[in-house]
Design a protein around this ligand. Structure first.
Ligand code: UDP
Ligand code: MG
Length: 309
């Protein structure tokens, strides 16, 4: 397959109600740019009608569509990485399949890139998610900035445009945890953020629940910085200083005033125990990452690729 100007990478998981609409609006927008393009859909193990719909779309437009199908569900960011490994474009665009990122915004991002930027990130100015999601995301973006120093407005917004060299670097790292967006930001030389519109999900439900969101935040922090570990160490030092003081106070009481009673002792032991458990958990986060890196397990398995030969 020859080189194209633009590659669009879209992770898809159970999006039967959106995929045709998305494809139609996206191709129309891309046609209007007068640039050559390809659209790579990565089917992340969908269990609804999505795979059949993708095949149908491919039959109609095999000139521009490419479909990568996973054998199971590996997650949005893994799907994006698999797409990145197969791009032919000089410029790479990512967006969600649920039409929350309107494809019509893409030309605006491309124009911005022509001003000399190598990464144009979208941020959701008026976000159409529930209050909890919107607020939590603001907090997480702040934490990410404080912990990693990576400057970007909204790492959760998938509507982004990259120059190819950034994508090549991302692929080289084999990083598939979360926040490919933060990683790419790190590799960019001249990034910029612009406001993009954000729509409500038209069909289907968000694939994220509270548990997944917490996992993502943890991945982000442990993947990019040692801050959680450092905070833990500082906390440990604080606790041990306090407990030494406490110990000497108790000792003083016992020796001088012959005071009795164990309640506080127990509370203290429980407190220490909780610190230890927290510490073990944190160590596990880092160990788990190292373990997977050492094993060299493949991060995903592709079952099938539909593309014009
Ligand atoms: N997605 C995916 N695999 C998953 C979960 C989601 O490929 O395991 C895709 C999904 O189809 C959509 C994008 O990732 O294109 C964002 O998912 P979603 O809209 O559920 O996330 P939200 O907008 O709620 O953050
Ligand atoms: Mg969405």
């Amino acid at each position: 397959m020859q080189k194209v100007d633009i590659s669009v990478v879209i992770p898809v998981f159970n999006e039967q109600g959106n995929i045709e609409n998305l494809c139609r609006r996206l191709l129309k927008t891309l046609d209007s740019t007068a640039k050559s393009y390809e659209v790579i859909f990565v089917d992340d193990g969908s269990r609804d009608e999505t795979p059949a719909l993708l095949q149908k779309l491919f039959r109609d437009r095999s000139d521009v569509l490419r479909i990568i199908t996973f054998n199971g569900n590996y997650g949005q960011y893994v799907a994006i990485l698999a797409g990145f490994e197969h791009v032919h474009g000089e410029v790479v665009v990512t967006l969600d399949a649920d039409l929350q990122n309107p494809p019509e915004e893409i030309p605006r991002l491309l124009e911005k890139m022509d001003e000399g930027y190598d990464l144009v990130g979208g941020y959701r100015a008026k976000r159409k998610d529930n209050f909890f999601r919107t607020y939590a995301s603001k907090v997480v973006n702040q934490i990410r900035y404080k912990a990693t120093g990576i400057k970007m407005v909204d790492h959760g917004c998938m509507l982004r445009v990259y120059r190819r060299h950034i994508i090549d670097e991302v692929v080289k790292t084999r990083e598939t945890s979360t926040f490919i967006t933060a990683l790419a930001q790190k590799f960019a030389g001249h990034p910029v953020d612009i406001a993009v519109s954000h729509d409500e999900r038209i069909a289907g439900d968000s694939k994220y629940n509270l548990y997944k969101l917490i996992r993502i935040t943890f991945d982000l922090l442990t993947g990019f910085s040692l801050l959680p570990l450092q905070i833990f160490t500082m906390f440990g030092m604080l606790i041990s200083s306090l407990s030494s003081i406490y110990f000497f106070v108790e000792l003083f009481k016992k020796v001088v005033t012959h005071h009795h009673g164990y309640g506080l002792h127990f509370a203290f032991v429980f407190l220490l125990l909780s610190v230890i458990i927290l510490g073990i958990g944190l160590l596990g986060e880092y160990l788990g990452r190292a373990y997977f890196a050492v094993c060299g397990h493949p991060s995903f398995v592709i079952r099938d690729i539909l593309e014009k030969k």
